[in-house]
Structure formats: C-alpha cells, structure tokens
Design a protein around this ligand. Structure first.
Ligand code: ACO
Length: 320
C-alpha cells in the first residue's frame, strides 16, 4: 500500500551575528526606512568565518532528528538544497551524512536556488511514495553573505544566512498531500550568480546579480498560478488552507500571495523581517519556527511555496 510522507521532525539554525539595516546604510546609499518599506526586512543573520553550509545543516538536522525521536542512522536518504556549497564536490549532502555519522543509504545535493527546499520536498515525497526510501531528511542551507556584493544596494539589503531541516517518514497517517515543481530557464539574465572558476561569463565576481523589479513581477504572477494549481490538484478551496508558509524574499510578494488566497496575514508565517532572504533555507526555517511555537498544529493543512533563480518555483501541500 502507498504510504504518506509524514513530517516527523523539523529544525533550524541561524548564525549569531545580526546585520541591521542601519549597519548596511553605513556602507551603501540606502536607509532603514527604504529597506523596510520595500522589502519588510530589518535584520539578517551572517555566518561566522568558521561556519559552512554543512556545519549549519548539521545543527538544523540534529534538531529535526531529536524532535522525531529517531536515531540518525534510520535516515536512508539525505537531500540538501543549497546554492552556496562549501565544495564543488563532494556534495554538501555527503559531508552532512558523514557529520551525522550515517554510513548507509544515499545523500546528494540539488540546486534550485530559493525553491530548493520545495524541490527537495517533492523528491522526498516521491521517494517515499514509491517505496524507494523510508526516512528522508531534507535540508536547505545557505551562506548567501559570501556570494553577496556588499557594495550593491540592489541585492545586499536582501539576503541572509541560515539552515532549515525537515524529516519525513513513510506512514499510514497523513503527510504530504501533493507537490508541484516547475522551471523556466529563459530568465537567467534576470537573476544569476556565475561560478567564476567554471563560467564563460564576463562577470567573474562570484556575486549575485539581479534585476529586482523584473524578478518581482514574475514572482508575484507565478506564485499566484502555483497556488491555483495546488488547490485544483487537491480539489480544495482557498478556505481549506490553515497556514501559508511562503519563501521569504519580500513582504510585498508574500502579501500578494496571501491576498490571492484571501488569507489574513495572521495565518501567514513571516520571518523575512528578522532573517531576510535565506534562499533555499527560508521555507523550512519558517515552517520549523511555526511548528515549534505551536502555531501549526497536527491535522492542519499547510501550503509551502517558493520562487527563485532559474526561474524555479513550486509548492508543497502538507496535512501536518
Ligand atoms: N536603497 C535605496 N534606493 C534603492 C535601493 C536601496 N537599497 N535599491 C534600489 N534603489 C532605488 C533604485 O535605484 C531605483 O531608483 P531610481 O527610481 O532613481 O532608478 C528605485 O530605488 C526603485 O528601484 P526598484 O528596483 O524598482 O525597487 P523595487 O521596489 O522593485 O525594490 C527590490 C527592489 C526590493 C529588490 C524588489 O524588486 C524585490 O524584492 N525583488 C524580488 C527579489 C526576489 O524575489 N528574488 C527572487 C528570489 S532570490 C533567489 O532566487 C536567489
């Protein structure tokens, strides 16, 4: 019998250093009020020099394992979503597998920018439903501060560092109801970060480059469509959704998606003010926060969604 991918644990990690809007205003021509009004961001976390995507992933993963009350070696698949891996290879998933002391199963990375954790949930769900895996760890982990040009006011105000994790296990109980992922590679020019050692691009900076205003418009339209697609696939109404857990790029994008769902902001998990955009980590960090503080309760229906470079976008509907 097909089993559901039940959420059995969540975790999250944010580095200690808080970089405020005022701090950024000291080095680029911007202000706290401009950043907050246009993005909803006040602070973001910055990884310390000794931290890596895998060290942050390990902390988030261990929290999820502890919540689930399982042994780490019960995990038979690890999927790490990151755009800021510490190595070209080995993959961050393999490094994490070793850090967790797991010697069986398989670990690998996926690269879908800010949609990475949704793509990871999609894969985890399909592995569990097909019977190919039983216990799957999905982690989104990013050190965006190291690929940010801190002299570019169009991007340096937006990004932050962190890691989020979710553990899923095959179960007869409810779990992931559906996942929906998409990509359209024609938008590379609007948002990219070429690898200086491997790219033929003239841009050898290694920094994020973004036409923010154009990305914004596509993001709002696309996220509206993915909400419709997810509801239709599940034969659900907008009012059936208890919680929206969106990617945290910009409060105005989040508010537009909530409006589309006719949802009050009280039922939207928002972390962007304190964390900025942590790319593939953001949805899982927000999910973890709302599970741990008791907002998201067992039996509730939760819509997670994201949009990112590629462009990539997707949604996961979960009966928690
Ligand atoms: N401070 C002050 N002024 C600024 C700043 C700043 N930090 N940044 C831009 N401006 C100026 C511009 O120069 C422009 O000035 P002008 O009118 O004199 O030319 C003016 O503000 C308006 O600029 P816009 O780019 O149109 O501003 P917008 O309201 O679009 O806000 C922002 C910019 C915040 C970047 C927004 O477009 C955004 O959030 N975009 C989406 C980002 C996103 O979702 N990315 C996808 C995920 S990221 C990933 O996948 C890695």
């Amino acid at each position: 019998m097909t089993q559901n991918a039940k959420v059995i644990g969540t975790g999250g990690y944010l580095p200690e250093e808080i970089r405020t809007n005022e701090h950024i205003s000291e080095t680029v021509d911007t202000s706290d009020s401009w950043i907050f009004e246009r993005t909803g961001i006040r602070n973001r976390r910055i990884a310390a020099e000794h931290e890596t995507t895998s060290s942050m992933a390990e902390i988030a993963a261990r929290q999820a394992i502890e919540m689930a009350g399982i042994e780490a070696d019960e995990i038979d698949l690890i999927i790490v979503a990151t755009g800021t891996p510490e190595n070209v290879y080995p993959g961050t998933g393999c490094v994490l597998q070793h850090r967790l002391g797991i010697k069986k199963g398989v670990a690998f990375d996926i690269q879908a920018a800010c949609s990475g954790s949704i793509f990871g949930l999609d894969m985890a769900n399909n592995y569990i439903k097909s019977g190919a895996a039983k216990t799957v760890l999905v982690v989104g982990t990013e050190i965006n501060s190291r690929i940010t040009d801190w002299t570019d006011r169009g991007t340096c105000i937006l990004f932050g560092d962190g890691a989020g994790a979710v553990l899923l296990q095959a179960s007869d109980e409810s779990g992931v109801l559906s996942t929906h992922i998409h990509s359209d590679g024609q938008y590379e020019d609007l948002l990219n970060c070429p690898n200086p050692q491997a790219s033929t691009s003239d841009d050898t900076s290694g920094y994020i480059s973004m036409k923010g205003n154009e990305v914004f418009k596509v993001a709002v339209n696309t996220l509206g469509r993915i909400v419709d697609e997810t509801l239709a696939a599940n034969n659900m109404q907008k009012s059936d959704i208890d919680w929206l857990v969106p990617h945290q790029a910009n409060i105005r994008i989040i508010a537009a998606t909530a409006k589309k769902l006719k949802m009050s902001m009280d039922h939207v998990v928002v972390t962007v003010e304190e964390q900025g955009n942590t790319s593939s980590a953001s949805v899982l960090l927000a999910f973890n926060e709302a599970v741990r503080d008791g907002r998201i309760q067992r039996g509730q229906t939760v819509l997670l969604e994201a949009f990112g470079a590629g462009f990539t976008w997707g949604a996961a509907l979960i009966r928690y």
